[in-house]
Design a protein around this ligand. Sequence first.
Ligand code: GLU
Length: 421
Amino acid sequence: MTQTTPAPAPSPIVTAHAQLAAAVRHLGYDEGTHQHLATPRRELHVAVPLRTDSGELRMFHGYRVQHNISRGPGKGGLRFHPDVDIEEVRALAMWMTWKCAVVDIPYGGAKGGVTIDPRGYSQAELERVTRRYTSEIMPLIGPGTDIMAPDMGTDEQTMAWVMDTYSVAQGHTIPAVVTGKPIALGGSLGRATATSAGVVHVTDSALREQGQSIEGRTVAVQGFGKVGSHAAQIFAARGARIVAVSDVDGGVRADGGLDMARLLEHVAATGTVVGFDGGDPITNADLLAVDVDVLVPAATENVLDETTAQAVQARLVVEGANGPTTPEADAIMAKNGITVVPDILANAGGVVVSYFEWVQAHQAYWWTAPEIAERLEHRMATAYVDVAEHASREGLSLREAALVIAVKRVAEAHKIRGLYP
Ligand code: GLU
C-alpha cells in the first residue's frame, strides 16, 4: 500500500475567508463590500527580544491585528504559542469581530500573539516578554481603542502585567485597558469560567430544541485548559456524564463517566489528564470519534478536518475553541446530520463577561456573581435564539446563520458611518 503524506493543515485564515465569502454571497453584497469586510483595519508586527534568566538573548515575534473597529474598540485575546503567525492572528481577529457582533456587544475584533512556548520559560521571563510586547504595541492599545484579554498560553497574571505596563506609561491606573484581570485589580467575578459557562448555556439551548436536557447526556471534551476543564466540571455538575477528556499530551476515557474531583486532583498533581487511573488512555484523534451525545472541541484550530469529521459520532458539536472545524469538515458533519454550534456563538461567553468587566471598570462599580451569571445567561440565550431562528427561516446551518447575522451588523455599521473622506 502506498503511504500518502497528509496535507498540511490549512491556515485558519483560509477557513475564515471561506466562511466570510459564504456569508457575503448569502447577503448579496458586492465585491467591494466583501473586500472591506475581509481586510484587517490595522496590523502591527513587533520584535520581542528576551534576556533569559541564564543571560541568553532570544528573539520572538509579536503581532496585534485589529480586524474591524467599526462597531467599537478592538477586542480580543493575546496568545502565547510557538506556532503563532500573522495569518493565524488575522483569522482569530476576524473571528473576534463576528463573535462580538453576534452577541451584540459594542466592540470590533482584534487579536494578538507572541511566538513563544510559555511552558519553556519562567514566570520572570514571561513577565519580561509580556511587558516588552505591551510596550511595543502601546500605540494600538487603550481602553477606548483596543482591549486585550487572555487566550491560549496567557492568563490573568499576563493581563496584570499588560495593565501595569500600560498604566505606568500613562502615569495612572487604567484597569479598562485589559479584561480577564485578577479580581484584586478590578477583574470581574465569573470571568474565569465565563467561556465554559457560555458553552454549557448554548449546549442547553441546542439540546432543548431537540427535546433533551443536559442531565444524563454523555459528553467528550477535547482540551483540558481554561475552557475545556471548566466546561467539563459545569457539565458534570449539571448531571452530564463526562466520558472522555484530553489535553495536548493525550486523553483518558471511561464510559461509565470520569470522576471529575479525582481527575482534577490528578491534573493538579501532574499537570496533565494523561495517566489518570480512573479510565483508559485515548488519543486526541480517537476522542473526536467517541460515541457521545455532545462533543466539545476546546483545544485549537483545524482539529475537525475532512478525515476526523468522518468519524464523529456525536449528535451535537459545540465549539469551545476558535476555528476547530474546517469548511470541508462542516460539510461532512452537515451531511451526517450533526448539529454544530459554531465558535463565534459557542465560546462567546468569555468576551461577553470581558465586556461586563470593562463596563464595571468604567463605572468603577462591581456587580455580584449572580448578576453576572444572570446577564451572561441572558446574552447567550438571546444570541442562540437569534441564530437558531435565522437558521431555520433561511435554511442555513447555525454557523452560516451566525456569520450572516454578524457580518450584516458590521456591514450596516460601515454603511451608516459612510466612508471618510
Ligand atoms: N480569547 C477569548 C476569545 O477568543 C476572549 C477574548 C476577550 O475576552 O476579549 O474569545
